[in-house]
Design a protein around this ligand. Structure first.
Ligand code: SF4
Length: 143
């Protein structure tokens, strides 16, 4: 699955949950609480494949899933640019010190496995909006 199709699928699942919570009259704070890993793994077991394994994508005590993947992620399924004869498909727009560019054969992808930026509650509060797709719209690089 390419980046764009994953984003489309994830946006649908995210929207269903947020709409359900908004219908119940939940506030921003309550919605962010709901997206805490500990709640999501039981309340929304199909939202992330890691929930069934009770496994977090990052080793942090309190992990919030609202802004998965990350508003700083940039991608293009057609390739962002050529780098030393390889195709770069994604990068980090803030060049986080905890991210890195991973080289996989002829492809280069952003590796966020050591970066916790979008999973901190304070970050989610700052960048919160009810429409996840709108927040992530900046991530797709136009080619
Ligand atoms: S490296 Fe961190 S800040 Fe950058 S895109 Fe990945 S998760 Fe986001």
């Amino acid at each position: 699955m390419g980046y764009a199709s994953w984003v489309q699928e994830h946006a649908k699942a995210h929207k269903e949950i947020v709409e359900k919570l908004l219908k119940k009259g939940q506030t921003k704070e309550q919605i962010i609480d709901y997206f805490d890993f500990e709640n999501m793994k039981t309340a929304e077991p199909n939202f992330c494949p890691l929930y069934k394994e009770n496994r977090k994508c990052h080793d942090m005590e309190s992990l919030n899933c609202y802004l998965c993947s990350c508003p700083n992620f940039r991608y293009s399924d057609k390739g962002v640019q050529e780098v030393d004869g390889k195709t770069q498909y994604s990068f980090c727009s803030i060049d986080s010190k905890d991210g890195r560019q991973g080289v996989y054969g002829e492809s280069i992808h952003q590796d966020c496995s050591s970066c916790q930026v979008p999973h901190h509650r304070s970050y989610v509060e700052k960048h919160f909006g009810p429409d996840w797709a709108k927040i992530m719209k900046v991530c797709e690089v136009e080619q």
